[in-house]
Ligand binder design. Structure first.
Ligand code: LLP
Length: 423
């Protein structure tokens, strides 16, 4: 069973707790509520799926960078995938083993690469200039860097164009026609670079595992080519991207096991270590974004539920037209009729919606409304637009208690950015 469930009494529960009661116990503002046991379960599902393979689960920190969540993931044995110097610093603070971390990105900065080289993290080569910078970083750090080549297999992930990355016109990675140039370049820097593997990342929200198999088959061919030139490489990194059931329709979606099983034989046939980089499929379904209903209104043919949360705290619907399931946390008033609502925030933008055309009972003012599957790319993409400060985060622990795992940002925090300036 999933951590957030509506019971017969009409209340939404997180593990054993009524979300309504959590709302009453914590600060009165929108907040993120996670289930710690669900995080554990999601990691276990990957671990079981990977049984019998040499592998690293590189959690993609960009999906959710809460320090306590990172520490928990580290305790469970995850490595980390980083896309900035600050994500690298945070991963080190959280205690991740740097030799189980991968530094990715199409615009990695020299100073961040130096830190990566010093710490011994894997670095993906993304372009010609990136290779130059990695070589320079290796010299500054006085360390040989373990590198992987990020190759675009040009497989269509069949997702929203904003989250597709492995196609030939993508800004990420290298085109396979250039493979030889990169191999020659790596050979010419034996003191700086040690090529250990190949990487690809196809995109995000992928719901067909065939796509991973197609990509792995292409990548294994590249690995054969690279090995044929005398490189002793042992890692295949197939990136992240497994989708989740955002629609809550009960449709059967591929699981981590389905994903791993589809590439298992290929990986074994070449005696490779498999690196995977899941973000969403580890953390998205562990969290709800909890809001209060400010009021209900009708304009023209549209009904609106106005809540206190907004696109500032959760931008995926506005940015990608993403669907995230919305539910009331308590039974509606007895006289409430079900209608079609847009669920909107108070931000001064017509793009400020959390859901469109949702069939919902008209909620009472002040009652709770959640946006589901808010663990990935929600808090980590939150802004302070309209000076809506970033929300606090809580989790429900194994023993059923609620703990704050991040303070909500305050107006005072904002004003601190101006301290000491001559205003
Ligand atoms: N590895 C690389 C190289 C990536 O670029 C990403 C995500 C991942 C791993 C993790 O992918 P995941 O397993 O989470 O799908 N903000 C968008 C998603 C952007 C994904 C960016 N790259 C969203 O909210 O849907």
């Amino acid at each position: 069973t999933h951590c957030f469930t509506k019971k017969e009494d009409g209340y939404l529960y997180c593990e054993g707790l009524k979300v309504q009661e959590v709302m009453e116990a914590v600060e009165k503002r929108p907040f993120y509520l996670y289930s710690k046991p669900q995080i554990t379960k999601n990691v276990e599902a990957y671990k079981q799926a990977l049984d019998g393979l040499n592998s690293v689960i590189g959690y993609a920190i960009k999906a959710n960078n809460n320090l306590l969540i990172l520490k928990h993931l580290k305790e469970l044995g995850c490595g980390a995938v980083l896309v900035s110097g600050n994500e690298l610093r945070l991963a080190l603070l959280a205690g991740f083993d740097p030799t189980r971390c991968v530094f990715n990105g199409n615009g990695k900065l020299l100073e961040d690469l130096v830190l990566a080289a010093q710490e011994g993290v894997f670095v993906n080569i993304d372009s010609e200039f990136d290779l130059d910078n990695i070589v320079a970083a290796a010299r500054i750090a006085g360390k040989r860097v373990n590198v992987l080549l990020r190759i675009n297999p040009d497989v269509d992930p069949q997702v929203h164009p904003y989250v597709a990355t492995g196609n030939k016109n993508s800004k990420f990675g290298i085109r396979n026609e250039k493979l030889q140039w990169f191999l020659d370049a790596v050979k010419s820097y034996p003191d700086e670079l040690k090529l250990v593997g190949a990487h690809c990342h196809l995109g995000s929200t992928i719901t067909k595992v065939d796509i991973f198999r197609d990509a792995a088959a292409i990548m294994v061919k590249f690995i054969d080519e690279i090995r044929a030139q005398g490189f002793d490489i042992s890692y295949l990194n197939i990136g992240g991207g497994l989708g989740i059931d955002y629609y809550h329709t009960g449709a059967v979606l591929p699981t981590p096991r389905d994903l791993i099983d589809t590439v298992r034989e290929l990986v074994k046939s070449r005696n490779l270590n498999l690196i995977i980089e899941p973000g969403r499929s580890l953390i998205a379904n562990t969290c709800c974004f909890v809001n209060r209903v400010t009021g209900v209104k009708t304009n023209g043919t549209k009904n609106f539920i106005v809540i206190d949360g907004s696109m500032a705290e959760l931008i995926r619907p506005s940015l990608y037209d993403a669907y995230q399931h919305i539910e009331l946390v308590s039974p509606p008033p007895p006289d409430s009729a079900v209608s079609t609502f847009d669920v909107v925030g108070p931000v001064c933008e017509s793009a400020d919606f959390l859901g469109k055309n949702r069939e919902l009972p008209a909620p009472a003012r002040g009652s709770g409304l959640v946006v589901h599957d808010a663990g990935a790319y929600c808090m980590s993409m939150a802004s302070t637009y309209n000076l809506k400060m970033r929300p606090p985060e809580y989790w429900v622990e194994e023993d059923g208690s609620v703990a704050k795992i991040r303070h909500g940002e305050t107006f005072e925090d904002h004003m601190r950015l101006f301290e000491g300036l001559s205003i």
